[in-house]
Design a binder for this molecule. Structure first.
Ligand code: GTP
Ligand code: MG
Length: 459
């Protein structure tokens, strides 16, 4: 089945100018039916002035001659030949007036003339399938569109320019070269036993695994903060001041505070923004040993939510200090959830000194909140401010890098244990395939569907 020619509103609606984009092999014949006057032999990338009209019904001889049809809009339009277009197919862009009704009518004219409505990200998907961009650049397009801060946009631009894709290609080249060396050893069993050669291979494996892991971890060091923001769960004993802190940290009186313990039952999410990083504060029900059934339920609900958070703030009433409730809480945190002790109520005279590593604060008068914010940002977004560091901002890419690094570590251990070189080579092939998935040379339809579902229609 031939790939259909697609169309969509590619700009926002309601601006001065609105853009309709068409892409596909039948673009010229479709455009010819709705654009007047259509140039005899249109030049690629040249802007023409004309009208959009309703397409006339096809004549029996196949030619379409719209006559006496209603003009929908006065527009500028351009044809971009596939050799130099975004999608790698012939593209027509129609620049009309940006009103919602007008744009919708131009779109309807395109549909009646034979185009099909594009799905989310379909233009970019075609660009990827045509080999115009690799998958890291396609994902960068989505990141650029959803960027919430200058830093996020800057990282997306770097990825869009191909910097991340080139880094992946270089890392893969190194894996391939190592694999070549290992395969060479297989052909010469004497060398296979040579400790100096094996040591060198192991050193290179460790070095490469570290590079891959470090790039993958940049997601946690700041990439995720840029892409989707960070999530902080406030946990602790009842009355420790969790809700007071959520209000103080978000600059709003969003959640209930009360001197009686057990105030918060359901978990509550409150949004804030710290230094351009979107932050979600998750307030939870307090821990205590003699809890009611309702409090139990609330705690369970909260737990399910905060397992996914990036950092747990264990809020401690500084007057009472660390007790068994806090110890139990910390012991039951998922392994993937790091925590930070927040020593609250330091405004009180009989407050105990904060232990090493804890941040001393007072939700009541605001002491230490600036330091708390900066500790959290350093932990979860430390790399955001390092201007020259290239960050991975996609969970998919980060996971692929970690898996590739893991495979190289396995390979190194195989060699260290003196096992068959062939087994190490197999691990290197796994690493190669993980890296190919990231750039999209070896990727399933399901993964592509998931990636492009994040896009808007028209991009
Ligand atoms: N002096 C002092 N009092 C505080 C501070 N933070 C909170 N409080 C008080 O401690 C009490 C409990 O505060 P909440 O914020 O409701 O505590 P919580 O941890 O959310 O409590 P639960 O929802 O019951 O688990 C209130 O009376 C607050 O005014 C602080 O920094 N200093
Ligand atoms: Mg509370």
């Amino acid at each position: 089945m031939a790939t259909p020619t697609i169309c969509a509103i590619a700009s926002g609606i309601g601006g001065g100018i609105g853009i309709i984009r068409l892409s596909g092999r039948d673009v010229t014949s479709i455009a010819q039916r709705i654009l007047r006057p259509w140039p005899d032999s249109p030049e690629s990338h040249k802007l023409y002035y004309g009208q959009v009209v309703w397409p006339a019904p096809d004549r029996a001889d196949g030619a379409s001659t719209p006559t006496g049809t209603e003009a929908i809009d006065q527009v500028l339009f351009t044809l971009m030949r596939g050799t130099r277009s975004y999608t790698g197919e012939d593209v027509v862009e129609i620049h009309g007036h940006g009103g919602a009704i007008t744009l919708r009518r131009i779109l309807e004219a395109c549909l009646s003339a034979g185009a099909e409505a594009a799905g989310p990200g379909e233009f970019t998907r075609r660009a990827f399938l045509a080999g115009k961009i690799d998958l890291t650049r396609a994902e960068a397009v989505a990141s650029l569109l959803s960027a919430q801060s200058v830093q996020a946009a800057r990282q997306a631009q770097r990825q869009l320019s191909g910097e991340l894709g080139m880094r992946m290609t270089e890392l893969r080249r190194q894996v391939t070269s190592l694999l070549g060396d290992l395969e060479g050893l297989l052909d010469f069993p004497d060398l296979d036993e040579d400790p100096a050669i094996l040591r060198r291979c192991r050193e290179r494996l460790v070095e490469l695994a570290t590079q891959l892991a470090s790039l993958g971890q940049s997601f946690r060091r700041g990439g995720k903060a840029l892409a989707t923001g960070i999530e902080l769960a406030l946990l602790g004993r009842t009355n420790a001041g969790k809700s007071s802190l959520v209000n103080a940290l978000s600059g709003s009186e969003r959640v209930l505070v009360d001197a009686r313990p057990g105030t918060t039952r359901d978990f509550v999410e409150v949004s804030a923004e710290w230094d351009g990083v979107p932050v979600t504060l998750i307030d939870t029900a307090g821990e205590r040993s003699d809890k009611t059934e309702l409090e139990e339920q609330g705690l369970r609900l909260g737990q399910r939510r905060y397992r996914e958070a990036d950092l747990a703030l264990i809020v401690v009433d500084g007057k009472l200090g660390l007790g068994p409730d806090e110890q139990r809480l910390i012991a039951t945190l998922p392994e993937s959830l790091p925590h930070l002790l927040v020593w609250n109520k330091t405004d009180q005279r009989d407050c105990q000194p904060a232990p090493d590593g804890a941040v001393a604060v007072s939700a009541l008068n605001g002491w230490g909140l600036r330091e708390l914010r900066s500790r959290v940002l350093t932990e979860l977004a430390g790399s955001v401010t390092a201007q020259d560091e290239l960050l991975v901002t996609s969970a998919r890419q980060a996971e692929g890098l970690q898996k590739a690094a893991g495979a190289l570590q396995q390979a190194e251990q195989v060699l260290a244990r003196g096992e068959a070189t062939e087994m190490a080579a197999a691990e290197l092939r796994i690493a190669q395939s993980r890296l190919r998935e990231i750039t999209g040379e070896d990727v399933s339809e399901a993964v592509l569907d998931a990636i492009f579902a994040r896009f808007c229609v028209g991009k």
